[in-house]
Design a protein around this ligand. Structure first.
Ligand SMILES: Cc1ncc(COP(=O)(O)O)c(C=O)c1O
Length: 420
């Protein structure tokens, strides 16, 4: 109770100061002020050695290739996160763990401070990774043979797992006009039928890094509500909103959205600890949906916390985001570099500015090459590993995704290889 009023007090005062150790429980005792020195203890320019760390990103890279594909960053995590985990490791106590109150309190605090979203404690639950949790929602809220709508180009596991789980993924491709994406609501109305149970929203959208406007989200909610379609909003990239543009949590935009939506999110992208794997949370305002979902998660034995994941989330979300704010500025710098490069060099490639995250969506249709030739040009000729846009469904052909979550020198090296 005391803890809640402390956090509320912080918000009311508009405070963004560091939460003192102990303010959200003993787990934070490792996160003392000295973990956040006045002059940063981090440099995003530093090349970190990932050899011997079982990195999926680098495992694919052949000698001399730059790994700029899968969505993790070549940066160390926020020192407050490692300090908190280190403290627990130093105690050598890693037994079965219940989810402490600090978990929901940290998420509440974070959503309020970062996204201006007031979330009651009971709406929040631990989840075992965003995709595992979305899959579990497919199982809970649809039957085999039911349809699940995806708005392509979009993160491919949304439709890959729908298919693997016996559901039918249906595409409602985004409309790309004048360098901007918007949703095709007429197409959506035409697509929905009695077997359509779920729409998966990527908010912000990966791969194009779109922060969806309020009117778009509200209209999507209204359409889905009218047809009894559940909206699953994947908000894993939301804490990396860039260039001063806000992220809007789907369920916050209207009462209808709160009734029809479920949010899944995680600090694993923004704080770069995706390797913890079992770390995410859901926000489910509607009680009936919440009970059904949590029952399903518990029955699948997926509702149990991984202790280090919980510690990492609490540490990341309970502090003033000094590291994260620095990171966002650095990413903006990398993105501007990429934009400028493709403006200056006429390669037939246009960079679409991501409004969130560290993934640049490059429109390569001006190169006059086939998709395979474009991909080979990046990967084999230039030695820059990227994600093939075609993997993200209709609308992805002609594009590639370049991960610039890395030191600027690597971005520069990749770009210079393209002209060489
Ligand atoms: C939109 C989106 N959702 C989910 C994930 C993966 O989340 P998790 O590792 O928690 O399953 C990613 C990873 O790139 C992603 O881009």
């Amino acid at each position: 109770m005391k803890r809640r009023s402390f956090l509320k007090g912080m918000a009311a005062a508009g405070a963004t100061t560091l939460l003192p150790a102990g303010a959200v429980g003993g787990l934070l005792s490792a996160c003392k002020n000295e973990a956040q020195p006045a002059s940063p203890a981090w440099s995003f320019d530093e090349i970190i050695d990932r050899s011997g760390t079982w990195s999926i990103k680098y495992n694919r890279a052949k000698e001399g290739q730059l790994a700029m594909w899968i969505a993790d960053m070549d940066f160390k995590t926020d020192p407050v996160v490692s300090a908190a985990m280190r403290e627990r490791i130093d105690r050598d106590v890693i037994g079965y763990t219940y989810m402490p109150d600090d978990f929901a309190a940290a998420i509440q605090h974070w959503q309020r401070m970062q996204h201006n979203y007031e979330v009651p404690t009971e709406w929040i639950h631990f989840c075992p990774g965003v995709i595992t949790s979305i899959n579990q929602a497919y199982l809970t809220f649809s039957e085999p043979g039911d349809k699940i709508i995806v708005q392509t180009p979009v993160y491919n596991p949304f439709f890959d797992y729908a298919r693997k789980l016996g559901r039918i993924p249906v595409e409602n491709p985004l409309i790309f006009e004048d360098g901007h994406y918007r949703m095709d609501f007429d197409g959506l109305e035409r697509l929905i039928d009695k077997r359509t149970k779920i729409l998966v929203l990527c908010n912000p959208q990966n791969p194009a890094g779109i922060l969806w406007p309020r009117e778009t989200l509200a209209r999507l909610a209204e359409i889905c509500d009218r047809h009894g379609v559940l909206v699953i909003s994947d908000e894993i990239h939301s804490d990396l909103n860039l260039f001063g543009k806000p992220h809007l949590p789907f369920c916050s935009v209207s009462d209808t959205a709160a009734r029809v939506g479920i949010i899944f999110s995680s600090p694993s992208k923004s704080f770069n600890f995706a390797g913890l794997a079992s770390i995410a949370y859901c926000i489910i305002p509607d009680e009936e949906k919440r009970t059904r979902y949590m029952d399903g998660l518990e029955n699948a034995k997926l509702a149990e916390a991984s202790v280090l994941s919980a510690i990492a989330l609490i540490a990341a979300y309970s502090h003033e985001p000094v590291w994260l704010n620095d990171l966002k500025k650095y990413l903006e710098g990398n993105i501007l570099r990429v934009e400028e490069f493709f403006r200056e060099h006429e390669l037939g490639i246009r960079a679409i500015r991501p409004e969130a995250s560290f993934l640049c969506w490059l429109d390569c249709r001006g190169m006059g090459l086939s998709q395979k030739e474009v991909v080979d040009w990046f990967q084999e000729d230039a030695g820059v590993l990227i994600n093939n846009g075609a993997m993200y469904g209709t609308g992805g052909e002609g594009f590639i995704r370049l991960n610039v979550g890395c030191p600027r020198s690597l971005v520069d090296e990749a770009l210079s290889r393209l002209v060489r």
